[in-house]
Design a protein around this ligand. Structure first.
Ligand code: CDP
Length: 238
């Protein structure tokens, strides 16, 4: 996209929601680079809180000591921030590798279902999103965090494709897991994420659905650019 066209895109928020491992973040990063927007990964925030809870001893097996986590967050806060290449940090410690591990994946959805954890993350997301020119991905961005986002996407893909993508990602990161475990984790998270009481995963009524099972990233980007250019009546040869 030319600089001129980039500059004519209004200061909008683009909300991308969908099930686990549908490639939301990869697409969101690409859109951010293409439009000159900031990318914000809300899932990384929930993963960071989960890692912190695990390392603090608040997660024991399946059980979470919610009172202890609440007291800790209230007293000490948690300085989650993002560095170069969207890498997640707690304070000055890079936690990017740890938060993508299967251990964190297997505890994140119950932690993210806690209303006070959602309020804690939402406050940061609102702060960062206030200025607009943001692409944010997650589960409840278009329905709860930014219900007035000017463009909402809901991304889906087949179970098989999602599991394969996540399995390949873990291998590439040197954290191999079995296909069976990956699939089980995705399904468990999908279930918890869409059945929790506070802001469950839902498709916003005004979201455009993108099933990317048989699409490559270039095709996805062309599709999104078409939507944005049409909606804001921008013209450029794609
Ligand atoms: O990368 P993947 O799609 O597997 O997950 P993620 O976006 O990193 O999100 C990890 C987990 O955080 C999800 O399974 C949800 O439990 C939680 N989450 C949430 O509850 N709300 C959001 N807006 C984003 C993530």
């Amino acid at each position: 996209m030319t600089k001129e066209t980039m500059n004519t895109i209004p200061d909008i928020i683009i909300a991308i929601d969908g099930y686990s491992a549908t490639g939301k973040s990869t697409l969101a990063k690409l859109i951010a680079a293409e439009f000159g927007f900031t990318y914000l990964d809300s899932g990384a925030m929930y993963r960071a809180v989960t890692l912190h809870a695990m390392e603090s001893g608040f997660v024991k097996g399946e059980a979470i000591d919610a009172d202890a986590l609440l007291a800790d967050l209230t007293k000490n806060g948690l300085d989650i921030n993002f560095g170069e290449g969207n890498r997640a940090f707690i304070g000055s410690r890079c936690i990017e590798k740890e938060i993508r591990s299967m251990e964190v994946s297997s505890h994140v959805s119950p932690v993210a279902a806690l209303a006070f954890v959602r309020a804690f993350v939402d406050e940061k997301l609102h702060e960062w999103g206030r200025r607009g020119r943001v692409v944010m991905d997650g589960r409840d961005i278009g329905t709860a965090v930014f219900p007035d986002a000017q463009l909402k996407l809901f991304v889906t893909a087949s179970d098989q494709v999602r599991a394969q993508r996540r399995y390949d990602e873990l291998i590439e990161k040197g954290q191999p897991s079995s296909m069976e475990d990956v699939m089980k984790n995705l399904k468990e998270r999908d279930y918890i994420d869409s059945h929790r009481e506070t802001n469950p995963l839902r498709q916003a009524k005004d979201a455009f659905v993108l099933d990317n099972s048989d699409m490559n990233l270039h095709e996805e980007l062309v599709w999104v650019k078409g939507l944005v250019m049409g909606r804001f009546q921008l013209f450029e040869a794609i």
